[in-house]
Every structure is written in structure tokens, then in C-alpha cells.
Design a protein around this ligand. Structure first.
Ligand SMILES: Cc1cc2nc3c(=O)[nH]c(=O)nc-3n(C[C@H](O)[C@H](O)[C@H](O)COP(=O)(O)O)c2cc1C
Length: 194
């Protein structure tokens, strides 16, 4: 066999190998951080959650209000970090409708990580109740619930925005730090999950 023919055989075999083993694009886990916010407090918490996720290499995030989230973004996410203000000791109707819109048939949300953050006007007037009602809804979907990084954010990150020293200011640093810790923790767990 001439050198020329051997070369052609190698080229042919090489092409067959490439064709039968396409290079797999390694996609990074995507974390969906989404929220409802009328006066900007819950949005500020969401931005700190995103800051925490961004501290972790090898994960991506989407940060947007619930009204702009598509079903595809929900399905593709490895983790969902969801934020609501407290309205009469409940999550807002918009957040409830958003959760109600999640696909259920075949349980496609099962085993996604789930975490929550809330902002409420005052101490002990609904904030923790809202966190648990969001967590309960996520559990109906089979999601794996994760709390924040600090003991003081055990159920997720929460902020008081309208009472005592916290009235009339932007969201206090102490609460933003909890949100950041939550984002970082979810980022690390998402990376090691699959
Ligand atoms: C209709 C309504 C009901 C509210 N009910 C509560 C409540 O029950 N408990 C509470 O702590 N804060 C309550 N708040 C205060 C909001 O939860 C708080 O101001 C929150 O930080 C607003 O979030 P946002 O700036 O992201 O819209 C209520 C606010 C509104 C507008």
C-alpha cells in the first residue's frame, strides 16, 4: 500500500470516529433566581442571591422577575431560588400563581434544588410562615429544599424592611449577606449535584 493510500485510510477512520463520537458540549448547571417585587426590596435580595451564585465557578444563573420567566427556563434550571414579599402573612398572589404554573405531569421538577427568600415589613408578622408555604409548595413538586449558609438563614434568607431601625432605609446589609450566602450555597451544591 502506498503512503498516499495509508493516509487516506487513516483519514477515513478518523472521520468515522469523529462522526460516531460527537464532542459533547459540557453545559453548566443553571440556577434560576426569580422574584416578585413592587417596591424593590425583594429585588435587592434577589440581586444579592445572584452575587453569591456568581462567587462559584462553573455555574450560570438567570435573574429575572417571575413575570418574565419562561417554562423552558423553569425546566432547564438545576435549582430555583424564589423570592416573595409578605402580603398579609402569605406569599403574594403573583408568586402563588407562578408556582401553580409549574409543570406537574411526569414530575419534571422532582430533584431540582429549591430555596426561598422573603422580605416583610415587620418582625414575626408572616415572614417565616411565607417561607414555609413556599417551601411546602416546592416539596409538592418533589424539589430538594436547601436553607441558607448561616444559622440565622436556616430556612432561607429573609429581610425586615419596615420596622424599627430597618424602616425607611434600603435593605440592610445584614439581610443582604444572608441572601448572598444562600446563593453561594446553592451554587456550590448545584455544581456537585450531578
Ligand atoms: C398588601 C400588603 C400586605 C402586606 N402584608 C404584610 C404582612 O402581613 N407582614 C409583613 O411583615 N409585611 C407586610 N407587608 C409589607 C411588605 O411585605 C414589605 O414592605 C416588603 O418588603 C415589600 O417588598 P417589595 O419591596 O419587594 O415589594 C405588606 C405589604 C403590602 C403592600
Amino acid at each position: 500500500m502506498t503512503k498516499y493510500k495509508i493516509g487516506r485510510v487513516f483519514l477515513f477512520v478518523g472521520l468515522i470516529l469523529i462522526w460516531s463520537h460527537p464532542i459533547q458540549a459540557q453545559s453548566q448547571p443553571t440556577i434560576l433566581i426569580t422574584y416578585h417585587s413592587l417596591s424593590g426590596k425583594t429585588k435587592a435580595m434577589a440581586e444579592s442571591v445572584a452575587k453569591g451564585v456568581a462567587e462559584v465557578q462553573g455555574v450560570e444563573y438567570i435573574l429575572k422577575p417571575i413575570a418574565e420567566v419562561t417554562e423552558d427556563e423553569i425546566l432547564q434550571a438545576s435549582a430555583i431560588i424564589l423570592g416573595s414579599p409578605v402580603y398579609n402573612a402569605n406569599m403574594t398572589p403573583e408568586v402563588q400563581s407562578f408556582i401553580n404554573s409549574w409543570p406537574f405531569e411526569g414530575r419534571p421538577m422532582k430533584n431540582k434544588l429549591g430555596a426561598v427568600f422573603v422580605t416583610g415589613g415587620g418582625f414575626s408578622i408572616g415572614e417565616e410562615a411565607v417561607m414555609f408555604s413556599m417551601i411546602r409548595a416546592m416539596m409538592i413538586h418533589g424539589m430538594i429544599i436547601v436553607g441558607g449558609d448561616e444559622l440565622e438563614a436556616a430556612f432561607g434568607a429573609s429581610a425586615i424592611t419596615g420596622e424599627g431601625d430597618f424602616e425607611g432605609i434600603e435593605v440592610h446589609e445584614i439581610f443582604l449577606r444572608k441572601a448572598e450566602g444562600l446563593g453561594k450555597r446553592i451554587g456550590e451544591l448545584s455544581k456537585n449535584k450531578d
